[in-house]
Design a protein around this ligand. Structure first.
Ligand SMILES: *Cc1c(COP(=O)(O)O)cnc(C)c1O
Length: 290
């Protein structure tokens, strides 16, 4: 279980000014359980099996890459699964492709109000949920917990630890970035670009990472008006990167992170002779033609 996966490809991009970026295409780690979500689920599924749970339960918005990956993982590894989805108004509407696929794979979709969704990690809500679904192994929103971070530590190989000066990654809950930090070697510098507004991320990542690791920074300056928001400038950028380098990005996480990385390089904020490794965390499922 979760032992076999495709070898990870590296894609090298030479920018005009002589700087190169290597992209670690973990988006290709599995055709459906893509990118960082594969690493985040790995030890959670093993733990759920070990503890004898028959169901997996987690939370997400209507376009959630985590929900999509979870539905596929549950099906592939023999669990039933429940998705608690934000927005009760969605229950009466046609499902979008992400949720349609999740439901086809057997996920039981439960829509709850935005207000209730906000309280989903309170002890009261959790215990109600566990009572209602006694055979469900509950995974937090976005999949971030200690086992997820253990899995994300495996994103960086020995080769990556020894050959790159700068590691770059999009940040949502901070779980993936925390795993990368814990795996990094001291002389490496890690740059995380936040996909959401808010200044809680640095504290969150501090919680999950080795205290002696100071080699990382999260950039929370928001260039695109908030989580899930994007404009034509960003979409054009993504289209150009695809056309120029055959590198597919999406506008929620990887597109914004790559945009901000190139901006930093342009501004001379990254030494020109740096070996840069960009982690392609996936997320293309919501942006592919179905
Ligand atoms: C979920 C996701 C992230 C964020 O990962 P966290 O561990 O929550 O920070 C980044 N990129 C993509 C493509 C994602 O789907």
């Amino acid at each position: 279980m979760f032992t076999q996966y495709l070898p990870t490809n590296y894609q090298h991009i030479a920018l005009v000014d002589g700087i190169g970026i290597t992209i670690k295409r973990i988006d290709q780690v599995h055709p459906y359980i893509s990118g960082n979500k594969w690493y985040k689920l790995k030890y959670n599924l093993l733990e759920a099996k070990r503890l004898g749970y028959t169901h997996l339960l987690s939370f997400g918005g209507a376009y959630s890459n985590h929900i999509y990956a979870l539905a596929h993982a549950a099906k592939e590894y023999g669990f039933a699964c429940i998705g608690i989805i934000r927005g009760e108004e969605l229950a009466d509407k046609p499902l979008n492709p992400t949720l349609t696929k999740a439901q086809e794979l057997g996920m039981d979709l439960q829509f709850i109000s935005r207000q209730e969704y906000r309280s989903k990690h309170t002890p009261e809500f959790m215990s109600k949920l566990q009572t209602h679904y006694p055979s469900a192994y509950i995974i937090p929103e976005g999949g971030t917990n200690a086992l997820a971070i253990k899995g994300c530590k495996e994103i960086l190989s020995k080769h990556d630890q020894n050959n790159y000066d700068v590691i770059v990654c999009a940040v949502g809950t901070g779980g993936t970035f925390s795993g990368l930090i814990n795996a990094s070697s001291e002389q490496q510098k890690l740059l995380g670009f936040a996909a959401l507004k808010g200044d809680f991320l640095t504290a969150e990542v501090q919680k999950w990472t080795d205290k002696d690791k100071q080699n990382w920074t999260i950039y929370e300056d928001d260039m695109f008006a908030g989580y899930g928001k994007f404009n034509d400038k960003l979409l054009n950028f993504i289209a150009n990167i695809k056309a120029q380098y055959d590198l597919p990005l999406e506008p929620i996480y990887t597109g914004k992170a790559f945009y901000r990385l190139l901006a930093m390089i342009e501004q001379g904020k990254i030494a020109a002779d740096s070996q840069i490794l960009f982690i392609h965390t996936g997320g293309l499922q919501a942006f592919l033609p179905y």
